[in-house]
Ligand binder design. Sequence first.
Ligand SMILES: [Zn+2]
Ligand SMILES: [Zn+2]
Length: 166
Amino acid sequence: MLSSENSFGAEYASPDDPEFIPKYRAACFCGGVRYEVSADPVDVKICHCRACQTLHGAPMQWAAIFHKRHVRVTAGLDLLHFYNSEQDRDERILPCKISCSRCGTPIADEGRRMWLAFPTLFDFGPGNEVPDAFKPTCHLFYGLRVADMRDDLPKWSGHKNHSDRL
Ligand SMILES: [Zn+2]
Ligand SMILES: [Zn+2]
């Protein structure tokens, strides 16, 4: 469980760091896994790739990217399930997917330096209005979309800045 040496990883905010001021709180569906972030995301994207569709059971993935130092898990470390899709191994081999082993909610994609959060887990307060900082800036793998997006955001055929703009 959580301890002062931060068993989740030294690159994350310490659970008892007095300088860490939570800006947003997130929880899985069952509430067993909880975490906090102390900053706004550095980027927000919507991914239409097949892996995201399958892993989320959804037409697309909405992801907000944070530095790990702005993230701390506050509950449910023992519930976290890790899955590395490249190697098809349910181990914490980065980059990997994190989900709640009790309710199945995808918690985050854990990269080597970054934490890709799913804003649907966040508590945005009364009314749950999405803050501007969490509005997507682009669409990835847009050629694989199941529905057209009628917005002005850049739409990439693959990864941002490394594929054709559609
Ligand atoms: Zn859960
Ligand atoms: Zn994807």
